[in-house]
Write a new protein. Structure first.
Length: 427
């Protein structure tokens, strides 16, 4: 009997026998950390990278865009092509792709080669992101799946609170290439950790797969995907060019500290979400969008005050940190039997929004200057709040369907119905 199955034995007796496999979940969190940091690291290094490679900051910002394009273009087809692969093999393959791409980025001396490496990293991210949330759900009893996803997704605020500021500091002290080489070293360590600590699971049977586009007809899926697309777009426009925006405010020397504050607030956010998502998903999602909107308003109107910039960044982190967990959980709940296909759509739209944020941000920078970033965020969050408010019955309900599941629920059947990387039915 697998460790995963053993964890579910005795769930009828109460939560005392339910435990989370922390070593495995922390390995997944580290994988999320690497994918997130690889994607966003250029945000703190744009000036140095653009000077070294001989291109403008707007062009250098497209290293985030091309990464997201690689993910958006390949997440669905590669996920379908590898659906039958064993999960650990697929995760190891994706992380190996990150090691190779970051190594090439670190040693590249020209812009086109750097862009190719960033695209390859995005392809690896497409495989990883379509896998990680479902993998985390499979490792936990049904009542703890929200917490399991929260632990895995903690890699995102950790990347923002520790990784990006540390990378920015190293970029200034030792050169931006060192930051990418250290990413390779961390990935090699993670490959060994995954091999030792993460349980393997089979891929999905061919006759159990759901056509992706058919999920759009399921009530609740389209609202969640719409919120994902617009919310991520709004966030990315500002975050990709945060160093440039701070330069505009005369705070360019404080980029690493600003990112540290943002990430620390994000960590608090994901802790709050992990503790309350089981019963408060709708409330938390509304609060998330409102906090980011207030932060954008402060940056748009009162950014001349450094103290208020830090207040705004704190609110931004509090709003954004738990957003990945909220949206991935919402789409999994809404998708039901088609949650695997719904997750693939979310990964694709998430990264399409990341790519769009880089492009739109570059256009705004060229046409209107960096002061336009927070105004664009504020404008985009209006439809986000409208959609969440309207999706009261499906998508962002007042009570999650899983909240009604007691210990008597069949967790293995629930997982098969909901998780992205579901295995063949157990006997």
């Amino acid at each position: 009997m697998s460790n995963h199955t053993t964890q579910h034995v005795g769930t009828r007796g109460g939560s005392g026998t339910q435990k989370l496999p922390l070593a495995a979940l922390l390995a997944l969190a580290t994988a999320v950390f690497i994918t997130s940091l690889t994607e966003t690291l250029p945000a703190g290094l744009l000036p140095a990278m653009s000077a070294d490679l001989g291109v403008g900051e707007s062009a250098m910002g497209q290293t985030v865009t091309i990464y997201a394009i690689g993910t958006a273009l390949t997440a669905i087809p590669l996920t379908a092509a590898t659906a039958g692969w064993r999960r650990k093999r697929l995760l190891l393959t994706a992380m190996t792709g990150f090691a190779l791409a970051n190594t090439v980025t670190a040693v590249s001396g020209n812009y086109p080669l750097t862009m190719v490496a960033r695209f390859v990293a995005g392809v690896a991210a497409g495989l990883a992101w379509a896998l990680l949330a479902g993998y985390a759900r499979r490792l936990a009893p049904v009542q703890l799946q929200g917490k399991a996803i929260a632990i895995a997704m903690a890699g995102i605020p950790l990347a923002l609170s520790l990784g990006v500021p540390a990378g920015t500091f190293l970029g200034k002290a030792l050169g931006w290439r060192v930051a990418f080489l250290l990413m390779t070293v961390l990935t090699v360590v993670l490959l060994a950790w995954i091999t030792v600590s993460v349980p393997d699971h089979p891929g999905q049977r061919r006759d159990g797969r759901t056509p992706v586009l058919s999920t759009l007809r399921i009530p609740g899926v389209t609202p969640v995907l719409t919120v994902t697309l617009v919310f991520v777009l709004a966030h990315t426009i500002l975050y990709t060019y945060i160093a440039t925006f701070l330069d505009h405010l005369g705070m360019g020397g404080s980029t690493d500290l600003v990112l540290l504050v943002f990430g620390a607030a994000s960590l608090l956010s994901i802790w709050i979400v992990g503790a309350h998502i089981h019963r408060r998903l709708r409330t938390l999602t509304i609060a998330s969008a409102l906090l980011v909107a207030v932060a954008a308003g402060l940056l748009a109107v009162l950014a001349e005050s450094p103290a208020l910039v830090y207040v705004a960044v704190t609110l931004w982190g509090l709003g954004w940190g738990g957003a990945p967990t909220l949206l991935q959980t919402a789409v999994g709940d809404a998708g039901g039997d088609s949650a695997d296909a719904a997750q693939a759509m979310l990964v694709t739209l998430w990264n399409a929004a990341m790519a769009g944020g880089g492009v739109v941000g570059g256009i705004l920078l060229g046409q209107f200057g960096p002061q336009s970033f927070p105004w664009s965020v504020l404008a985009l969050l209006v439809p986000v709040l409208v959609v969440v408010a309207a999706a009261r019955r499906h998508g962002f309900p007042a009570r999650r369907p899983a909240a009604h599941s007691g210990p008597e629920a069949a967790p293995e059947l629930t997982e098969y119905a909901k998780e992205f990387t579901s295995a063949s039915p157990r006997p």
